[in-house]
Design a protein. Structure first.
Length: 638
């Protein structure tokens, strides 16, 4: 069996064995405890370290581990130590070691590459380096630094050697270095302060102390000019343009203790984009509030709003939804980018399996009336699928009217309404007037409460076709949630035509994809055997520059279609349990679960088995792969 290569790496195994031997030698753990931990470790997934197992069993705590490593420093390679401590995954170490062979990274230390690729946070790396090298870990703060020592050198001197004096300790001076092994920096510090006790510190803490020192030496008139409105406008515009160019869906602007962190959500995963001066936080917040027409003076309460953004350079247009959330370090801002695309995604291209798509078109979209629910959590692609359905139904013979909050895609030929409670353009008010517009199809952006659910049902009872989205785990959950909203079961069974549940999983990067065979642990979590997956072509991304070393590029939709037949309707009328309704749906309605559709797409190499296990509900054992592929139709590799 081809287990993860990282799990077979003899150096990684040796690191785990060395740490275990050190702990046993010191008497921190007993031999019996170690054997017990090894037995459990052998049954867990590959990136679950032996050290973590020992800690979770209560045989070891973080202080004991650090003390042991300080006593036996430099016996274990840094990369393997980071993996064993849980700061790094085996695949991430492989990526960094492979990058060391590339021309652009030659000469760089492993720690620099890990930081450059954002595979580890600097404070974690410094913490481990401090123990491994035997130096204390210090984070210099200007307010705590001995000014007499600091004034013996200049800010330029500190910046050149990446070092800052902290305080006197007897006859020696404690000095923070970014790299305490740098001989030139050590010599310079000894020349300036005499006897030196080196400490290791993060780059951010050193540079912040230097910057504060530099500012303190200048007269107020000589300080850098205050950031003007044009500068802040440029910063905000650049963040949004960067996000649009990278295909991000959200921008997270987060004030922290020492910096303003900016992260972008790409393919459903948050990734660090840049770090800004924390002093910019209130200025950025004010600029965005002006754009949103929110209250600039209010910083203690949460706020929200939106605006349209036009990139003057590319002409790219996007609607931006902003949320301001008050935290202990200031306002955290999340911007959701809703691209105003000229073309809509064809419903035939959203990624539905061939037989599922055919059934959805014939038994749901082409049915003249009834409710179609599209369900899934936030960020699962519901809105894209909804608009794909609307685009499919949009023709000269039909009148389509919508109530949305907000309108995310503009479609010619349909009446779209942007809800705005500030001017009493509420859902209730809009729906009352909507039914007077002689619509054939009504589109409700989302069912949020009992009123909107009842409205959708009543519209369907009067002969309209209703399309809407719903936040539920799966298709059966959509029906149960309607029941929990006190909607009568006979109304649900007589109006709901189909429920389409969906998720978005990351697509394996085509440039670095490699074949993969599931591990025993993954098969156990799936509830199936190796024979059940016969004929599969599982793949996973190795990680390359094109996919930012994640192994994924783009996303693929996974779907679960429930078409209500007579047996399912009877189960709803009789208020059967969710497991019974699901069983009846599978046996009589041809239901293919989210897990099964995800498994089919993973077997075709579109996504990875890890994505399937991480994001899809496992509500029962999937059928054998050959049976799933027969039901969904052949899923081509894209």
């Amino acid at each position: 069996m081809n287990h993860d290569a990282a799990a077979q790496d003899p150096e990684s195994q040796e690191a785990a064995n060395q740490i275990a031997a050190i702990l046993e030698e010191r008497g921190t753990i007993t031999h019996k405890q170690l054997l017990h931990a090894r037995r459990i470790h052998s049954k867990l997934r590959d990136d679950y370290s032996l050290t973590r197992v020992l800690q979770e069993l209560g045989y070891l705590d973080a202080h004991q581990l650090r003390a042991a490593l300080r006593e036996h420093r430099q016996r274990i390679p840094l990369g393997n130590l980071l993996v064993e401590l849980g700061y790094l995954k085996p695949r991430e170490l492989q990526i960094a070691l492979a990058a060391q062979q590339e021309p652009e990274f030659q000469g760089q230390r492993l720690g620099e590459i890990l930081l450059g690729k954002r595979l580890i946070q600097e404070h974690q790396l410094i913490e481990v380096l401090a123990d491994q090298l035997g130096f204390p870990h210090e984070e210099p703060s200007f307010t705590d630094i001995d000014r007499d020592l600091l004034f013996q050198v200049t800010p330029d001197w500190c910046r050149r050697f990446q070092t800052v004096p902290i305080r006197r300790e007897g006859e020696t001076v404690l000095v923070a270095f970014r790299n305490p092994l740098d001989a030139f920096a050590r010599q310079a510090a000894e020349g300036a302060f005499g006897s030196v006790a080196p400490a290791i510190s993060t780059r951010r803490a050193i540079e912040e102390a230097i910057a504060t020192y530099e500012n303190s030496r200048q007269h107020a008139r000589q300080r850098p000019a205050a950031v003007n409105e044009a500068d802040i406008t440029g910063v905000v515009d650049r963040l949004i343009i960067d996000a649009l160019e990278l295909g991000a869906s959200d921008i997270h602007i987060e004030p922290m203790r020492q910096q303003l962190r900016v992260r972008l959500r790409r393919d459903g995963i948050l990734m660090l984009h840049k770090e800004l001066d924390r002093a910019l936080a209130p200025l950025i917040s004010s600029r965005l509030k002006v754009l949103c027409q929110a209250d600039i003076a209010e910083k203690r309460r949460h706020q929200g709003g939106g605006f349209r953004f036009d990139d003057p350079g590319s002409g790219r247009r996007s609607d931006v939804r902003a949320s301001f959330y008050s935290t202990i370090f200031g306002e955290k801002i999340v911007l959701r980018l809703l691209s105003r695309k000229a073309e809509l995604l064809d419903i035939k291209e959203v990624g539905m399996a061939p037989s599922m798509l055919e059934r959805f078109l014939d038994d749901a979209l082409d049915v003249p009336s009834g409710v179609i629910l599209i369900t899934g959590p936030t960020g699962s692609g519901k809105t894209t699928t909804l608009y794909g359905c609307v685009n499919y139904l949009n023709d000269m013979e039909r009148s389509i009217t919508t109530a949305e909050d907000p309108v995310e895609y503009v479609i010619d030929g349909i009446a779209q309404c942007n809800l705005n409670p500030r001017i009493n353009l509420t859902f209730e008010e809009t729906l009352r007037h909507m039914v007077r517009q002689d619509p054939d199809i009504i589109v409700l952006g989302e069912i949020r409460d009992q009123f909107s659910a009842e409205s959708a049902i009543q519209a369907a009872l009067t002969g309209h076709k209703v399309l809407t989205t719903f936040h539920t785990e799966d298709s059966i959950g959509g029906l149960l949630r309607l029941m929990n909203m006190q909607i009568e079961t006979f109304l649900i069974s007589s109006t709901v035509v189909s429920v389409l549940a969906q998720r978005l999983l990351r697509h394996v990067c085509e440039n670095c994809a490699e074949s993969y065979r599931p591990t025993a642990n993954e098969l156990h979590r799936l509830g199936c055997h190796q024979n059940d997956l016969a004929g599969s072509s599982f793949r996973k991304g190795r990680g390359c520059r094109d996919c930012h070393y994640t192994g994924y590029a783009g996303r693929v939709g996974v779907f679960e279609l429930l078409v209500l037949n007579e047996m399912v309707k009877d189960a709803i009328l009789n208020k059967r349990t969710s497991s019974e309704i699901r069983r009846i749906s599978v046996e009589t309605s041809g239901l293919i679960t989210l897990l099964e559709d995800g498994l089919a797409k993973a077997a075709a190499g579109q996504t990875s088995l890890q994505e399937v296990l991480r994001h899809l509900p496992r509500l029962g054992r999937p059928r054998p792969l050959r049976e799933i592929i027969r039901l969904v139709g052949e899923t081509p590799r894209t």
